[in-house]
Design a protein around this ligand. Structure first.
Ligand SMILES: Nc1ncnc2c1ncn2[C@@H]1O[C@H](COP(=O)(O)OP(=O)(O)OP(=O)(O)O)[C@@H](O)[C@H]1O
Ligand SMILES: [Mg+2]
Ligand SMILES: [Zn+2]
Length: 576
């Protein structure tokens, strides 16, 4: 391609609204334009990158036996009602009515539609396993679309689904996808971390997220450099130092705490307690029923863990009036001691974090304004309905496997694979006969990867003050040829010859034939992020060109006659 014919609207200034680097650079370098919040047009350079990412994904899906489908983006409400997700998806689902008044939705994922095909066509174990996938547009009315292409309301997803006769089959299908995902990210040139994850609203058991470490990400991942343990903070655990509770009194003792409102207040109050000797009592609405959530005073609740532990879909902190109605006290003096179904009929359950197991001699609110209780023994004084891991692991805590200190990093989720089990086959009636004639639900897995998110995560990883620096495998072009002056026929002619030769050997070349100053061309090429640049300048008289590597910003002189082979060798070794 010739630059003069390509639409690359680069900007001199950063866009004002861009919060993260990839957003800023993709707009500035002429890849994307926003149409409305969370909805972007991909311009020619971005579409080239997108197609490359899609091709890598497609090859790896095919390699593990995936068969490519294309399902509709517009769905009737019925299939979503069958699975129960018409309600679950809430405001994230774009909904509409057709002219006859029938409810429809824009597809945010495709478990339902794929399952509806499987249940009608697959009835014997002989037809299994199947691995089905598509690369298609998804619509999600995200609460906070932002960060350019990282979180949008319309995007391309590769979603794959596996169908097996039993859980052993699912284990194999899951492992195949795991391996395929590792190859996809490696081939795209992206450093990634595969982490244990929560399965969330999609339902299921084992789940792995493929995370790209970047401060632009909205997830936190917990990583042990020593043993390789890695988990989303929504799932991660750690080993806590043992606590020395030293007996305590025979019964809890109430004491006045005027003005004490927070855990912190009580740490400095005379006769108070250190944060790790306090029980923090939170009041949550779990699907609109009031629950108490107990945490160690210095620990932070993770709401996703609370959802997973309770099975609730809508989780929110209770409002002050809901709290005083249920407990008769206000936040600051809340506690669970003596709270039972008969004493507090509004409270449906008490869920406590495992870090409180067996703790004695603790301090907590007395459920009476300006009063607390000390000498509280959990087992003796509090009726806990559910014990679960509810806290967010913090950096520096000990790895549960090996004891080494854990790190916590910000990351963006680029891919997510999980075992659905029989959730959808049960709710939607997808069953098969086994070899011994029994009817069983099909065992499913679901595997997603966001194409534009991979693209923008790559920009987050590979950029510098001058612009983007694409990994060769997903770069819009491999090499840009820059004659410093196109009016110089010798320079232009040499560039044209190399350009033809590169294309002949399969290297994607962009000839910057614009009548611009060399400085302008270099700046644009750096911004756009093509991995190599060949500059045709005055050294051409000695038969030499300059080869510039975008990532390292190093230049070397190369004989013009061998530059095609040199560049081809570099590209091939990077893409292999
Ligand atoms: N709003 C979005 N914009 C761009 N890509 C997305 C978006 N939501 C999901 N994806 C991509 O689709 C993949 C599979 O979708 P999945 O439903 O597992 O995502 P998710 O758990 O909702 O992601 P997130 O936690 O970031 O909202 C994700 O790993 C991500 O790459
Ligand atoms: Mg989401
Ligand atoms: Zn470890």
């Amino acid at each position: 391609m010739r630059w003069s014919n390509l639409f690359i609207p680069t900007l001199r200034e950063d866009p004002a609204d861009a919060e993260v680097t990839s957003h800023r650079l993709l707009v500035r370098a002429g890849y994307i334009r926003q149409l409305t919040a969370g909805v972007y047009s991909l311009l020619p350079l971005a579409q080239r990158v997108r197609l490359k990412v899609m091709q890598i994904i497609r090859e790896e899906m095919n390699r593990v036996g995936g068969q490519e489908f294309l399902l509709p983006a517009i769905h009737p409400a019925e299939v979503w009602k069958e699975s129960g997700r018409w309600e679950v998806m809430g405001d994230n689902m774009f909904r509409l009515r057709d002219r006859k008044g029938a409810d429809m939705a824009l597809g945010m994922t495709h478990e339902e539609v794929f399952t509806s095909i499987a249940r009608n066509a697959i009835n014997s174990y002989r037809q299994l396993p199947q691995v089905w996938y598509q690369i298609q547009t998804k619509f999600r009315d995200e609460a906070r679309p932002k960060s350019g292409l990282l979180r949008v309301r319309e995007f391309t997803m590769k979603d794959a689904y596996s169908f097996d006769v039993d859980f052993a089959g699912l284990d194999k299908s899951f492992q195949d996808q795991y391996d395929a995902y590792c190859r996809i990210f490696a081939r795209c040139g992206l450093k990634y971390t595969a982490v244990e994850a929560s399965s969330g609203a999609m339902g299921g058991s084992q789940s792995t997220e493929f995370m790209i470490r970047t401060n632009a990400g909205e997830d936190n991942i917990v990583v042990c450099e020593k043993c390789g343990y890695a988990a989303n903070v929504e799932k991660a655990t750690s080993k806590l130092a043992p606590s020395d509770d030293q007996g305590g009194p025979a019964a809890a003792e109430e004491f006045p705490t005027p003005g004490v409102r927070t855990i912190e207040d009580l740490t400095t109050f005379p006769g108070g307690a250190a944060a790790d000797r306090q029980i923090k009592t939170l009041v949550y609405m779990l699907d609109e029923s009031v629950s108490l959530v107990l945490m160690r005073g210095d620990h932070e609740l993770n709401e996703t863990k609370l959802m997973d532990a309770s099975g609730a879909i809508n989780v929110r902190p209770a409002r002050p009036e809901e709290i005083s109605e249920a407990l008769g006290a206000s936040a600051g003096s809340l506690g669970a001691v003596g709270v039972t179904q008969s004493s507090h009929p509004k409270i449906t359950r008490v869920i406590a974090d495992e870090a409180l197991l067996g703790r004695r001699n603790m301090t907590t609110g007395a459920n009476k304004d300006d009063h607390h209780l000390r000498g509280v023994s959990i087992d003796r004084d509090i009726k806990v309905d559910t014990w679960a891991s509810l806290r967010s692991v913090k950096a520096g805590e000990e790895c549960a496997n090996c004891g080494a200190p854990l790190d916590v990093f910000k990351a963006v989720e680029a891919g997510h694979i999980f075992k659905l089990g029989t959730k959808y086959s049960n709710s939607m009636g997808a069953r098969v006969l086994t070899a011994d004639g029994q009817e069983v639900p099909i065992v499913m897995g679901s595997y997603g990867i966001g194409v534009e998110r991979v693209m923008s995560a790559a920009v987050e990883l590979y950029n510098d003050g001058a612009g983007i620096s694409w990994p060769a495998a997903i770069a819009p072009f491999h090499v840009v040829l820059t004659p410093v002056n196109i009016k110089d026929q010798e320079l232009l002619g040499a560039a044209e010859r190399v350009y033809d030769d590169l294309q002949r050997v399969g290297v994607e070349a962009l000839l910057d034939d614009r009548d611009e100053r060399a400085g302008v061309k270099f700046t644009d090429a750096d911004l756009v992020g093509v991995p190599y640049r060949i500059t045709f300048g005055k050294k051409i008289r000695e038969g030499k060109v300059e080869l510039f590597t975008r990532l390292t910003r190093e230049s070397e002189d190369v004989p013009a006659e061998s530059v095609v082979e040199v560049v081809r060798g570099k590209i091939e070794s990077e893409i292999a």
